[in-house]
Design a protein around this ligand. Structure first.
Ligand SMILES: NC(=O)c1ccc[n+]([C@@H]2O[C@H](COP(=O)([O-])OP(=O)(O)OC[C@H]3O[C@@H](n4cnc5c(N)ncnc54)[C@H](O)[C@@H]3O)[C@@H](O)[C@H]2O)c1
Length: 277
């Protein structure tokens, strides 16, 4: 028998309208989960649900700003009413203002905290009572390698991402004996629309793209599928003894923690550029 790995699970994925969140939602549905596709952009939500349903899966569009308490509660209630108790939560939605700390406006700083941290808190807070009742749940916060290492030019974002890894550890201790596991995932640079837009806006896109590849010891950026693989594992019962962990899905960047020493000389300038991002 070839049982799908998330059969019988009801999963909520935030920020699932595009990029990595969409990849996770579509993959979860393919693995048999019924998936709540939550995003601030209603059209994107619906497009992802259409894609899931066209492939024979079950999805529900949940347009919602996760920084708004009433919207979050309504979305969680709607998903639970449609599919039953939510037993998997992926806190993926995030915003990334760029700039060193003194260049970050108070408005950008507050929005970054409101979405990345407060949003994760609000969605988790709304979902956890159902998980406690079922004595079953897997919560996965999307952190980032920059939350662990620190990378230049994204201070506020990095702070929130480090906070999410810490939050997963703290929450894991509160719920370990109550059936809920809480972990975080810290990707390196991923081949995503966000990366494509950033690279396309540079004066030398090819050099910058090569520098991103070189930055990772494996020699390339990661794929959305490679991140989704880890989320499937953490959402599934295969990871039943895993809680409080941070999975670095970063081609070795977190271990090495520095630029490759043997990069060809003509990439030196591009490496500097990436460090200045
Ligand atoms: N792309 C990368 O290289 C990379 C690397 C490490 C970590 N990450 C993390 O992965 C996650 C997804 O990244 P991505 O590259 O797919 O980004 P993305 O910007 O393509 O996707 C983020 C999604 O979140 C949604 N969103 C934003 N604010 C929201 C809000 N208030 N309420 C609900 N939805 C909201 C957006 O509409 C968007 O669809 C983020 O948490 C990011 O920090 C990405």
């Amino acid at each position: 028998m070839n049982l799908r790995r998330l059969e019988g699970k009801v999963a909520l994925v935030t920020g699932a309208g595009g990029g990595i969140g969409k990849g996770i939602a579509v993959r979860f549905a393919a693995e048999g989960a019924q998936v709540g596709v939550l995003d601030i952009n209603p059209a994107l939500c619906q497009a992802v649900v259409d894609e899931i349903q066209a492939a024979g899966g079950a999805g529900l569009a949940l347009p919602c700003d996760i920084s708004k308490e009433d919207q979050v509660q309504a979305a969680v209630d709607k998903l639970a009413a449609a599919f039953g108790t939510i037993t998997v939560l992926v806190n993926n939605a995030a915003v990334m203002p760029s700039g060193r700390l003194h260049e970050t406006s108070p408005e950008d700083f507050d929005r970054c905290v409101a979405v990345n941290l407060r949003g994760t808190y609000l969605v988790s807070r709304a979902v956890i009572p159902g998980m406690l009742q079922a004595r079953k749940g897997s919560i996965i916060h999307m952190s980032s390698v920059t939350g662990i290492l620190g990378l230049p030019g994204i201070a506020a974002y990095s702070m929130t991402k480090g906070g999410l890894a810490a939050l997963a550890r703290a929450m894991s201790t509160d719920y370990a004996r109550l059936g809920i596991r809480v972990n975080s995932v810290s990707p390196g640079t991923i081949d995503s629309p966000m990366l494509h837009h950033f690279v396309a806006a540079q004066s030398n896109p090819e050099l910058i793209r090569k520098a991103f590849d070189d930055m990772h010891p494996i020699g390339r950026v990661g794929t959305i599928e490679e991140v989704a693989n880890v989320f499937v594992f953490l959402a599934s019962d295969e990871s039943s003894f895993v809680t409080g962990a941070n999975y670095e899905v970063d081609g070795g960047l977190g271990v090495k923690g520095e630029q490759p020493q043997d990069a060809p000389a003509d990439h030196a300038k591009a490496k500097e550029s990436v460090l200045e991002i």
